[in-house]
Design a protein around this ligand. Structure first.
Ligand code: NAP
Length: 363
């Protein structure tokens, strides 16, 4: 394990912006992760973890410390009768891992097809889409504690999963580095066809009992329509996917949005007994940032208003400025505070950045 200096980070991030890492190491095993932590601790150097780079915006100045690129690979399989436990290294690319599971006729991940990034990032925000989330199938998460360098394993219960969240995102943010994740997946399970978009896809194609593979293909097709699959020819390739979390609000906040936009016009879905989810994309478009809006080197995705895209040669400062304007427009129009999903790395503190990252109380 020998860190290299001044390594460009933009090519490792789907947004494709930002400066270099002062020091950088690719950690291929748990032991490498522990070594890297020791190396940084010996130099009192800050550490930034990087996985698939799909949920991070790196500052133009880069990161003045050690970036640990978690490249721990390997997939192992344990047969458990009606189910199989797949253990994947945190550095395995997520979508090929889903393809492996589907290829082995294992259920539980098919709706999570086409999501960029690595396996290790998925428990952190309990990645979910189209009716499934990883907390339903994760059985164990293997981590290294940053402070002590000690390995530790969390059971599903101990992960504190919630809607797009876990202990790794909040209570224990920045405390652990995920090195491997275990998923227990049922054999030959019927696929999950519950999400409206997926149901509509199979109604249109008149498919009564789609296979796991067909559901994977359907989700990929739906994501493609939204420009959410990173592949050649996609004008929205350089982005963090959804830039803002879909806000979960109380009924008073929903009523305020309805007062502005007309009660019948506001899409919303129950989150729990007292709250509803409002699609961030809808709020953003109604606040004036329609699909395809461009502002120099950055813009709003032509497919999906929730994604900010690098139109070529963008700087991190351009991304930040547009994100702040989008947030301010939604706040001023509807009194709803939307917060970004990506992590901001290396940015100097400023009132604007604080405004962007903070969840303001409704006014
Ligand atoms: P979308 O499908 O229009 O979803 C926008 C929001 O509306 C989501 O919060 C979604 O809830 C909710 N929603 C839509 N249809 C629903 C229904 N029939 N019942 C209940 N809630 C419904 O647009 P999108 O933003 O492109 O999202 C597509 C999928 O990807 C969603 O499942 C979304 O959650 C997921 N996604 C996940 C992440 C992540 O894991 N970090 C990031 C971006 C998008 P749900 O969130 O409960 O589905």
């Amino acid at each position: 394990m020998k860190p290299r200096s001044d390594v460009a980070l933009a090519p490792l991030c789907t947004m494709g912006v930002g400066g270099p890492a002062r020091w950088f190491v690719a950690a291929r095993s748990e032991a490498d992760v522990i070594d890297a932590l020791r190396w940084a601790a010996a130099r009192s150097m800050p550490v930034q973890v990087l996985g698939g780079g799909s949920n991070v915006v790196i500052a133009d100045a880069g990161f003045d410390g050690l970036v640990i690129h978690v490249n721990v690979g390997g997939i192992t399989r344990q047969d458990e009768g009606q189910a199989v436990t797949l253990r994947a290294g945190a550095g395995e690319a997520w979508d090929p891992f889903v393809a492996t599971a589907v290829g082995e006729h294992l259920g539980g991940l098919e709706c999570l097809s086409g999501i960029p990034g690595f396996v290790g990032g998925t428990p952190v925000q309990n990645v979910g889409a189209y009716g499934q989330d990883v907390s339903a199938t994760i059985v164990r998460v293997h981590v290294v504690e940053r402070g002590s360098g000690a390995p530790r394993t969390f059971t599903n219960r101990e992960c504190g999963f919630g809607y797009r969240t876990s202990r790794f995102k909040h209570a224990d943010a920045d405390r652990y580095i995920v090195t491997a994740v275990e998923f227990t997946l049922p054999k030959d399970a019927p696929p999950t066809v519950t999400y409206a978009d997926v149901v509509a896809y199979f109604t249109e194609s008149k498919t009564a009992e789609p296979s796991l593979f067909a559901v994977r293909e359907a989700v990929l097709a739906i994501r493609r329509r939204k420009g959410m699959v990173i592949e050649p020819g996609n004008a929205a390739n350089r982005s963090c996917g959804s830039f803002f979390v879909n806000p979960v609000v109380d009924v008073d906040a929903l009523r305020r949005v309805q007062d502005v936009a007309g009660a019948a016009n506001v899409p919303h879905y129950p989150a729990d007994a007292a709250t509803v989810k409002i699609p961030a994309a809808w709020l953003i478009e109604r606040a004036g940032f329609t699909k395809g809006t461009s502002r120099g080197a950055v813009g709003i995705s032509p497919y999906q208003a929730q994604a900010i895209v690098n139109r070529g040669a963008a700087r991190a400062a351009d991304v930040l400025a547009l994100a702040i304007d989008v947030k301010r427009a939604v706040w001023n129009t509807f009194g709803i505070s939307i917060v970004p999903e990506p992590v901001f790395v290396g940015f100097a503190p400023s009132p604007e950045l604080r405004f962007l990252l903070t969840h303001q109380r409704s006014h």
